[in-house]
Design a protein around this ligand. Sequence first.
Ligand code: NAP
Length: 297
Amino acid sequence: MAKIHILGAGALGSLFAVSLFRADINPCLIARDAERAMTLRQTGIRCGGASYPVDIAAPNALANKDIECLLLCTKAYDSLPALAAIAHALRPDAAIICLQNGIGQHAAIAEQHPAASVFAALCTEGVTRTGTGEIVHAGVGHTDIGQLFGPSKKLPDELSKQSLKVNFSTDILPTLWRKLAINGAMNGLTVIHDCRNGELLQRLDVYKELCALVEEIANVLNASGHVDASLDLFEQVRNVCQATAMNTSSMLQDFRAQRPSEREYVYGSLLRQAELAGLEAPMLKQLNQQLIRRETV
Ligand code: NAP
């Protein structure tokens, strides 16, 4: 079996590295540069009180054309620069599996890597980086992976033989749009109202806004042909708000920490669909503008 490489030694990349390592699959985790790779080799990847001596490499230490199967675990906006940094090591026909939220990066990757097989994933694990090489896996979820672009390719079975639950899907797009719709309904509002997920249901003014936004997003999905993703959308959003009531959305965490957010890969993608379908989407536009203003403060 070809070695599985993981690009992005953050929360999710480290979680997959540990899980594969524990299943004797020995992946290679690619850090941003030689200095970070050396630090991570010294600390190991720590999770749940144990330290795992995962194989860690810097981009410049990778052999030419060595990577056949890559789990891409950077934030969506870092995808292209991160792939460019390992371009020498990536086989043109590699499988690139984007374990990222958002939509838009897959097409951009496929355009730059036309012979590659590009996969998208819906991942519901909850993991946080708490220190250098240290992660906390607080929410056990699952990952669905399906191909979106490039020559059809079978992924290594080993990916589904680890403690994390991984399923292969033949039709990932509706799942992706549904997740995007739920994120679009919740994440921006949690930033604007600076609140936890559960408060979207509890505060009357915010709840009314949430209802109207869900309706607008469902209309956009319907008009742009993603009908499955729009079905029962409000119920889905309410379930996620309830199940994650005490959580702070990843977008709010990014805004609070003044880090870049994945806004463009959520709201940019929804607005592009609205435009293609000839819809106005005034709430989405306004929310996106409010978020952009906050990014630049
Ligand atoms: P994260 O902790 O910030 O990790 C991203 C990693 O990418 C960082 O380690 C960063 O390196 C690395 N990176 C960025 N540019 C790079 C480059 N040019 N070369 C090599 N590495 C590079 O983020 P995350 O929470 O793991 O999230 C990753 C993706 O998974 C996001 O799309 C997120 O929405 C999605 N996701 C996350 C979770 C979760 O629970 N965390 C669940 C589902 C989906 P540095 O450390 O050097 O900055």
